[in-house]
Design a protein around this ligand. Structure first.
Ligand SMILES: NC(=O)c1ccc[n+]([C@@H]2O[C@H](COP(=O)([O-])OP(=O)(O)OC[C@H]3O[C@@H](n4cnc5c(N)ncnc54)[C@H](O)[C@@H]3O)[C@@H](O)[C@H]2O)c1
Length: 247
């Protein structure tokens, strides 16, 4: 068991990549806090894996504080934080995106790193170190048209992970990012413009040298490695899990 005796928070764990990460972490022995704004699905995932559910909007200070407190109260501390919760931009011309949507994308995808750090870093320091894994995106490395504001939010996640890694290294807190290529999750339809047509899907798939999109299992495998002690000398990397898309 690669995460035995570790306590982890996975945000956005009611669906998609986050759900895959939470399942995999629990199977490797971690005690997992499943954090999400979707109470019904989040509770179900937490129950299935023997974890705890925390109802938390990662852009809300008080709810993030309570989420970290759930880990400490239920499991006695915190070792791993996976910042996975995120919202997409529907594929559209950049000037058609309204201001409220822009603000929401940056609040959920970027401000969440600030808020979760505010409460999780003291908890990780209290354990003598730990790991933060942020889910960035190939969108922030090799952007696609029609997703401009989302692309920028993910570039911020990729870069913030490196900057946080430098600043938190003296605390033995490793910070890494994962950059998935487009994946088979409920979010995908938004990236394709609102509808999951065979044609749109095939167009995205054709941009991946290994010939398929990413899966929650691909992302969970990468997150497991980066969060585990096997990666004890790895910090500040942005690991592309993309079938070669960014080459
Ligand atoms: N699917 C892709 O193509 C793809 C590619 C690269 C990166 N990503 C990133 O991976 C992460 C997970 O995406 P996914 O594809 O699994 O999406 P998803 O829509 O399947 O899951 C996202 C989860 O986050 C939750 N969530 C949304 N806003 C939240 C908030 N404010 N607070 C807490 N939870 C919130 C949702 O309820 C949902 O359960 C996101 O950060 C996304 O940007 C996705």
């Amino acid at each position: 068991m690669r995460l035995e005796n570790k306590v982890a928070i996975v945000t956005g764990a009611a669906s998609g990549f986050g759900q895959g990460i939470a399942r995999r972490f629990a199977a490797e022995g971690a005690k997992v806090v499943v954090a999400d704004i979707d109470a019904a699905r989040g509770e179900a995932v937490a129950q299935e894996i023997g974890g705890r559910f925390a109802l938390a909007d990662v852009s809300n200070d008080a709810q993030v504080a309570a989420m970290v407190q759930t880990a400490i109260g239920a499991f006695g501390g915190l070792d791993i934080l996976v910042n996975n919760a995120g919202v997409p931009q529907r594929n559209m011309p950049m000037l058609d995106v309204d201001e409220a949507t822009f603000d929401r994308i940056f609040a959920v995808n970027v401000k969440s790193l600030y808020l979760t750090a505010k409460y999780a870093v003291p908890a990780l320091r209290a354990r003598g170190g730990g790991a933060i894994v942020n889910i960035g995106s190939t969108a922030g490395l090799r952007p696609r048209p029609g997703l401009t504001w989302y692309n920028g939010s993910k570039a911020a996640v990729n870069l913030l992970s490196k900057s946080m890694a430098l600043e938190l290294a003296p605390d033995r807190i490793r910070v890494t990012a994962i950059a998935p290529v487009a994946g088979d999750t409920p979010m995908l339809a938004e990236f394709l413009g609102g509808a999951l047509t065979d044609e749109a899907y095939a167009k995205f798939r054709a941009t991946v040298p290994l010939g398929r999109l990413s899966t929650p299992e691909d992302i969970a495998n990468a997150a497991l490695y980066l969060a585990s002690d096997e990666a004890e000398f790895i910090t500040g990397v942005c690991l592309e899990v993309d079938g070669g898309r960014c080459v």
